[in-house]
Design a protein around this ligand. Structure first.
Ligand SMILES: C[S@@+](CC[C@H](N)C(=O)[O-])C[C@H]1O[C@@H](n2cnc3c(N)ncnc32)[C@H](O)[C@@H]1O
Length: 170
């Protein structure tokens, strides 16, 4: 199992203890250091790889599950990242995702467009207008999809997609 852009490791509490090995990628060094210390404390068997999702230092067809949460909005080249995810996944592998996306409601998407620049500057490169679902659909086959709301967050980043996508058509 591999998580891209794992940040400080907020997802670690949700991984099962019986994993063989969890690979956590994180390109930003201060985050990677906090991730390493949280990984040590968690008892989950794993390693931190300092790498961007656009060039994963992982063999082709070697990973059963890739996890991406709130990260494709920030990766500078999300389509390259999805091509890499597809490359490293085994033929029966899947991507599990939870990402905030561009709204399909006209009123909110107009606000997202208007505030995209200031939001990106405020939120470390995060793009609130991105059609991440379209990108995932072009790279992989959607197996499960739910539209949710990220409660307690500014409306700009509230529309969420949560689901799974496979290398081959389910
Ligand atoms: C909003 S944080 C989300 C962190 C984590 N995924 C979570 O859900 O808590 C976005 C993360 O994307 C990482 N990131 C930035 N550029 C990246 C890249 N090229 N490849 C992978 N991750 C990247 C950032 O360092 C940061 O950890």
């Amino acid at each position: 199992m591999l998580e891209i852009g794992a940040g400080t490791g907020l997802n670690l509490a949700h991984y099962p203890g019986e994993l063989e090995e969890l690979l956590l990628t994180e390109p930003v060094d201060p985050m990677a250091r906090r991730l390493e210390s949280r990984l040590r404390r968690s008892g989950v068997p794993g390693r931190v790889l300092r790498a961007g999702a656009e060039a994963l230092p992982v063999a082709t067809d070697s990973i059963d599950t890739v996890v991406a949460t709130m990260v494709l909005c920030t990766v500078p080249d999300p389509e390259a990242a999805l091509a890499e995810i597809r490359r490293v996944l085994r033929p029966d592998g899947r991507l599990l995702f939870c990402e905030h996306v561009r709204s399909d409601k006209h009123g909110l998407s107009r606000w997202q467009e208007r505030l995209a620049g200031p939001w990106e500057a405020f939120a470390d490169g995060c793009r609130c207008t991105q059609d991440t679902l379209g990108m995932i659909e072009r790279a992989l086959h959607i197996e499960r999809l739910e539209h949710e709301e990220w409660r307690g967050m500014p409306s700009l980043v509230r529309p969420l997609i949560v689901g799974a996508a496979r290398v081959h058509r389910p």
